[in-house]
Design a protein around this ligand. Structure first.
Ligand SMILES: Cc1cc2nc3c(=O)[nH]c(=O)nc-3n(C[C@H](O)[C@H](O)[C@H](O)COP(=O)(O)OP(=O)(O)OC[C@H]3O[C@@H](n4cnc5c(N)ncnc54)[C@H](O)[C@@H]3O)c2cc1C
Length: 474
């Protein structure tokens, strides 16, 4: 089974019976039928279905040098063509979600490919099992497994002396047994927690406590594992009223470990602070993951630009200079990020094992820019849409006896009221709903705190030649 269909994905996650709690209740039936999950599960299933569509087969399925066929997002690029294929694949999927599903399966498949291509960092090191990453990768490409991941610890104390806390809530190894390690505590967040076959758990860099220095993967229904969901943001569930949240709401959950047994064959490393830090920082994780992220964010920006321009056309405001400037801001953002992605590909370099690694520098700049510009783009849509963003009767109103009046009085420039409200409902869902606010927060934080990400760009950027230029001039 090289790639699965949407039906197979749903059948698998429905069978899992993971321990998921939402709105005070444990989910008992199939997760694909639960109102908080059904939209995103369906959208994800549609992505898997594309793999089975002959039109997209050559792009979405990859054959490696050993003759194995699997989903392109698992690719470990060796050539420029591989890298381009990966980008095109990510963007094809993103076009089906407007780039609004940050955790469509290609994200974690890319992360796993990054881990697989970085196992040399674990070889010969204490308490490290690189062979378990190889086994997981092979199983994942064979079965087209889906993953969520969690690495950030609960936000209990972020002070610089927090490592001295005696009983932090962080997930940690509490026992080492013949069968594996026993983990208790919690991890802050897993987007799509409960919606995937497996969960990959690893440590953030810079840990002091070796009990917290581990990485492993587990089936989502492992005994002792609980996904505690936040409040759902799926809106009314009605396509007309909640066009985006009804389809792309990816749940986030706190992950609780209650003496979870992680079998030895599932562990990548444990009790090793140095490796936990090195694997996060020196593996291909950042380069690979950011290449996927930025490819998706380009499509998302195209989507945002489309929404903004349609608002302009719909209420006929394109003649105003400030309106043109605002749209141009989005265009500039889009073109800059496109150029940075292109640069990361043209400056990609092979490592000693022949893996072609996209240049991380331009990708860090791109994601750092998007952490801020995404919020600005949604602000622009609010400014352009103005009262249209709020005067949004629902479908039931349009279907009622006053529907014709609404259709007439809420009309736009060359567009009837119903169609105009449908567009503005989408804009409002993108920028103002719970779902929309989460989108902005997601882009701001999911790849790390923007402040520390900017600082790391500052620290790693080589300004010596620029200083030399000025010195020579002086
Ligand atoms: C929608 C969403 C989905 C996410 N999905 C996932 C997921 O699937 N898996 C996962 O593992 N993680 C996920 N994350 C978590 C993400 O990785 C973190 O939000 C990010 O790393 C920042 O950590 P934090 O949220 O704990 O913020 P904190 O570190 O608690 O920061 C809070 C504030 O304090 C400041 N601050 C804290 N410490 C410092 C410091 N040392 N120096 C300077 N300023 C500091 C920050 O700048 C920030 O303003 C997700 C986050 C969001 C918002």
């Amino acid at each position: 089974m090289a790639v699965i269909s949407g039906k197979e994905y749903i059948r698998r996650i429905d069978r899992l019976n993971s321990n998921i709690w939402i709105e005070g209740r444990q989910i008992s039936g199939p997760i694909s039928k639960h109102a908080a999950f059904s939209g995103a599960v369906k959208s994800q299933a549609l992505l898997y279905d594309l793999q089975k569509c002959s039109e997209h087969e050559s792009l979405l399925i990859h054959k490696d040098c050993h003759g194995r066929s699997f989903g392109t997002s698992f690719i470990i690029p060796k050539t420029r063509k591989d890298l381009e294929k990966k980008r095109e694949m990510v963007q094809l999927w993103a076009r089906h979600t407007g780039g609004l599903m940050g955790r469509s399966p290609d994200y974690m498949n890319t992360v796993l490919a990054a881990f697989r291509s970085s196992i040399h960092l674990l070889e010969g090191e204490e308490n490290c099992f690189p062979e378990n990453i190889v086994k997981l990768y092979d199983r994942a490409i064979e079965k087209d497994l889906s993953f969520t991941h969690t690495f950030i610890n609960p936000q209990c104390n972020r002070g610089s002396l927090a490592f001295m806390d005696e009983d932090p809530p962080n997930a940690r190894t509490v026992d080492r047994t013949e069968d594996g390690i026993i983990v208790s505590g919690a991890k802050l967040l897993a987007t799509q927690g409960g919606m995937t076959d497996e969960i990959i758990v690893y440590s953030p860099p810079g840990l002091m406590d070796k009990d917290q220095a581990f990485a492993f993967s587990l089936p989502a229904d492992t005994k002792g594992l609980t996904f505690a969901c936040r409040k759902p943001f799926s809106g009314t569930g009605e396509r007309f009223d909640s066009p985006l949240s009804s389809r792309f709401e990816e749940m986030d959950s706190l992950v609780i470990f209650d003496r979870v047994l992680v079998p030895w064959e599932r562990i990548f490393y444990y009790d090793n602070n140095k490796i936990a830090d090195h694997f996060f920082k020196q593996s291909h994780f950042a380069s690979f993951a950011l290449h996927q992220v930025v490819s998706r964010q380009i499509v998302k920006t195209e989507f945002i630009l489309g929404v903004a321009q349609l608002i302009v056309d719909t209420i006929n405001i394109s003649e105003y200079e400030h309106v043109q400037l605002k749209i141009t801001e989005i265009i500039c953002g889009l073109e800059c990020v496109r150029a940075l992605l292109g640069r990361s590909e043209s400056e990609a370099e092979k490592d000693e094992r022949g893996v072609l690694v996209p240049a991380a520098g331009p990708l860090y700049v791109a994601v750092s820019m998007f952490q801020k510009s995404c919020a600005r783009f949604t602000e622009i849509i609010q400014i352009l849409g103005a009262s249209g963003m709020i005067c949004l009767p629902d479908k039931a109103q349009f279907d009622s006896p006053i529907g014709e009046d609404l259709n007439r009085y809420l009309r736009g420039f060359n567009i009837n009221g119903r169609d105009r409200v449908e567009l503005f409902s989408l804009a409002s869902d993108l920028c103002m709903s719970h779902f929309g606010s989460r989108q902005t927060l997601y882009e701001r934080f999911f790849f790390g705190d923007p402040v520390r990400l900017s600082q790391s760009i500052y620290r790693s950027y080589d300004s010596s030649i620029h200083k030399e230029l000025v010195k020579k001039f002086l």
